[in-house]
Design a protein. Sequence first.
Length: 379
Amino acid sequence: MDFDINPEQQQLADAIRRWSEKDYGFEQRKHIIESDVGVSDAAWQAMAELGLMALAVPEEQGGFNGSALDMMVVMQELGRGLVIEPFLAHAVGVEFLKLAGSHTAWLEQAAAGEKKIACALGEKHARYDLFDITTQAHAENNTYRLQGEKSVVLHGAQADYLIVSARTAGSDRDKSGISLFAIAADTKGITRKDYRTNDGMRAATISFGNVIVPADALLGELHQGWHLIDQASDYGVVLLCAEALGAMESLTQATLEYLKTRQQFGVPIGKFQALQHRMAEMLMQLEQARSLVMLAAVKVASTDPEERRRTVSAAKARIGMAAKFIGQQAVQMHGGMGVTNELPAPHYFKRLSMIELSFGDTDHHLARFIAQPGFKQAA
């Protein structure tokens, strides 16, 4: 596989890096985290001006129709810069709208950065099983009435639009009978409890108390929402893995620089062979993870859902293992400073730890990988 990005992708990556280093440095990020809203309108506008919001949107709606590989380049740079803006949630929301082929006006607003999208899919009892849904939607006189609660909705309180999963038929854990709805976040009956997560991001608990939405809020086909959830969430996994790559690259580089400057017994500690071995292993873990993430970015658009699930889960599991190893080694080699908030290193480790737990942890994706027919046949 060719690991080199093309000139256009490199130009975009360079532009994002210049912006993050100049206008979204470590101190600016700390101020944003400590603010009441936890995000920056100025940063969001700057990202929109760079074309990030429009990258994955179809050309017909004012976008660039970018691929998952294009988005991977973006997410790596955002991960490298520890950017906490709601881009991931927004990008997954755009993918839902693209797959459903509806709500084109929303896509136009998303491309311009005028509106933000979040995905309210998970519920507190369901763990990583997005098909385990108790939120109900009942058809009534050309409308739908929604009742239920969604948990840990990434940037749910900062969004203007919500993609919501609800059960319209079947039992709680049935994959059939799930429907998706595109709903304005300020619709009457919706309440959002916003909070900061351990890595500085924002999430929300969103309650739907007899929320009435028109029939055209339905996203895709009635009762057939699972295949959209399955596909769009895999897309989100790939983006999340790409962000982890960027974070691991920066953390590895920061650790190497620290080993070159921190002295003990009159020499840089990077001279010690045991620490050199650790650094070499960190680099190996990073490159192994990169290989699988690039493969997943190619295969996430596969027409074979089993192939898509297999490669995406392999990438997420490998990222989880690499993130844990690199994060722990970096903190240990930074010594006591590795657990303070004064250096970027522990912030990278926190973000990597949350990435490992998002969209399914390592154990979840290992089990999913093993469950695919291709694995059983090969065994």
